[in-house]
Design a protein around this ligand. Sequence first.
Ligand SMILES: NC(=O)c1ccc[n+]([C@@H]2O[C@H](COP(=O)([O-])OP(=O)(O)OC[C@H]3O[C@@H](n4cnc5c(N)ncnc54)[C@H](OP(=O)(O)O)[C@@H]3O)[C@@H](O)[C@H]2O)c1
Length: 239
Amino acid sequence: MSPTTYRKLQGAHVLVIGGSSGIGAGVSEAAAASGANVTISSSSQAKVDAAVARLAALYPSRTIRGIATDLSSPATVEADLDALFRSAQGQGTINHVVYTAADALSLGSLDGVSVDMVHAASHMRMVVPIVVAKTAARYLPGSHTSSITLTSGTVAERPTKGWAVVAYFGGGLISLARALAVDLAPVRVNVVRPGYVDTGLWGGWAGRRRRRLWASLRAGRRRGGLEGWRTWPRRTCGS
Ligand SMILES: NC(=O)c1ccc[n+]([C@@H]2O[C@H](COP(=O)([O-])OP(=O)(O)OC[C@H]3O[C@@H](n4cnc5c(N)ncnc54)[C@H](OP(=O)(O)O)[C@@H]3O)[C@@H](O)[C@H]2O)c1
């Protein structure tokens, strides 16, 4: 079904943190197509500006705004997120928050993982989602028409070899979303589990490593008996 069919987000304000590229850019576009006004955020001002310009050209009747905010600093992330929400709120009440921000994956198989690597990789994937929810709870109207959506991955439930730590982050996000849905009710809290999506996330992976990843995905499909791995993103998003 096309997102435009029922305009379910007509007039709503959607804040997409990580909306300047990849899955978040797709979410931003789908939200605008569904009638929403969209605020896009990520760390790079140039990427935010480009994403806003592209979406504003596609949907001139919507209010499309960008706010660059780097969430990578553990020391300032609470204040950074509060400033982001406050600024976004200036464009009208925020109804929905989508968190798709992530830095490049630096983790490999277990024998190459160090404690410092786990701490660093967990910041955007485990710590920031908690602070996003904590901040959103102060800004979203306390209503079932408000929502927070986090992003996990199919790796949480169908890990392939060498992905243990990332699977742990993804599984933790699913549990976090379930518990937050209880804590923050009536605000809805969701988590999506995309499969492999060809985005900038894999940009830093050299050709050989990337080919090995694709091979492991195919092997995972055979082991798990899944059909049509190319369609994973469509089948798993929104589950
Ligand atoms: N792609 C896949 O195959 C796949 C599969 C399963 C799950 N996922 C998950 O889906 C989510 C989105 O992934 P994606 O593939 O769309 O990645 P992506 O294309 O690399 O997009 C990541 C977004 O996060 C932003 N970001 C990165 N560092 C940031 C920071 N320090 N502060 C604020 N924003 C920051 C990026 O913009 P800036 O560079 O401007 O900061 C970008 O907008 C991630 O949680 C990822 O783990 C992806």
